[in-house]
Design a protein around this ligand. Sequence first.
Ligand code: C2O
Ligand code: CU
Ligand code: CU
Length: 566
Amino acid sequence: MNKLITSIILLSSTYLMGQNPLMIPETITGTEVNLTLQYGTHQFFDGDATNTMGANGDILAPTLILNQGDLVNFNVDNQLDNTTTIHWHGLHVAPENDGGPHTTIPAGTTWSPSFTIMDKAATYWYHPHLHSFTNEHVSKGIAGMIIVKDDEEAALNLPRDYGVDDFPLILQTKDFSSDNQIIVMSNSDDVPMVNATIDPVLEVPAQVVRYRLLNGSSQRAFNIGLSNGQSFYQIASDGGLLENPFETTRLLLAPAERAEILIDLSGMEGQTIFIQSFASELDNGIYGSSSPGMMSFMTLDGYNPNPLNGSDFDLLQLDIVVQNDNPVTTIPTNLVTLAEWDESMSDITRSLTFSASQMGPNQLNGTFQINNTSFNMDIVNITVPFNNTEIWQITNQSAISHPFHIHDIQFRILTRNNVAPPINERGRKDVVFVRPGETVKFIGKFEHFSNNDVPYMYHCHLLTHEDDGMMGQFIVQEPVGIYENELSEALTVYPNPNNGTIYIDIDLENIDVTNINIYDAVGRKVLMENYTLFDKKIELSNLSSGTYLLEIISNDQRTTKQIIIQ
Ligand code: C2O
Ligand code: CU
Ligand code: CU
């Protein structure tokens, strides 16, 4: 291992000597989130500082800690010289709040979405999503973690003290020029870092410790393991807790994937271990292995030589210190119960195929397409009827693995090549790594949000591929309800006018109400409730007095009612 680190030092530049304490991003909690996108500089190496981009700082972005059910107001102030966007990766929000390529924030302006957090406790993230510039804005530094909390998670005996026994780990690799500047659109990323810290070290207590892993790299997959061979426990995938902790010694993490893991360090005070990427074990056809194409004659410009490709390297040194006062010392056996999904629940199966635009040994350098087309801002590729449950069947006919990501939903993987996925891939996901030749099927429901004007994205999360157009867009079509219908007759809202508390009664059996929205006088959505979270009593005391529009949506109907807050 030390030999490897030495060779990296020789190849890239002069490191700051020795290990560096892991940077832990600051947090923003509560219901007001103010972010300023800005330029900065960061001292990655001795000598020239690196020009960077960040939110509320020189590099990366604060960790947002949000509670399920809270209505959160965001202000994203773009102090950069260029347009960008901010996308809440993994969160289930309306298309106009999603921060995709259509929802631009021009330089010098502020974007102020507000939405209710509907997601389950898990680790999400946020990053720019401007078409063709996502890689530049992310590689130069803008990326932050989002931790969602909910009651289900709070009831478990898990470490959850941020920076004490619960740590964010944003894993990235970057390429630097000889004057220490970040090279964007490079296949020569030879510098690993965690939370923008090169050669990081973290003191951790000798107990069960939780790590929230985010692969924030532009292209590289990591094969996570521990230097002492000890097993660890995956407790959450992209969008939520697993049913039971999954014990393993290796965890493949593709770009944009998240995993929460527990490592039991009880009795290990005084020892040092490393979280590593065992890239020597990665299969061909994965960016990060010795051969990014399925066949080793397929080359990728700039990929070799690179000491990280196909060899094992350190990500984070853990120095194990004395136990805390209230340590978690056991791994729980059960976590949550997940909804059951099966193929029979779907309304439709859609097929998507990945292919290379050129074949042969040079295909890895070309562009990649989905269903033989490249992204076009003006073309909606897929129209999903509101409330549809769909199976998406993804076939990769190219020679490299692609992490496929879809906005709006958390899905569940049904099969990989017709076989149920490994246990740790059976939970809520928004990214799935699809290998060359593989067909993956997942299922999900497109509920709560529809908008005929603003599409959601689906794309490869290798940022070079995404920026080159390996992306498509879909709209969730607004329900075509009869407006004066049984739903409106069955609805009672009281008291009205009211003092900020309303009760809603829907006197109708067998009706599948999915959401409740409230709009202010200018049509801005000020409240959105997931009906399953909704307890028929709504607190509106944070709204000023005035007239509002209440909207109730079911699977095939929609009705509205004016309400007056005094
Ligand atoms: Cu992480 Cu479309 O994004
Ligand atoms: Cu996303
Ligand atoms: Cu790709």
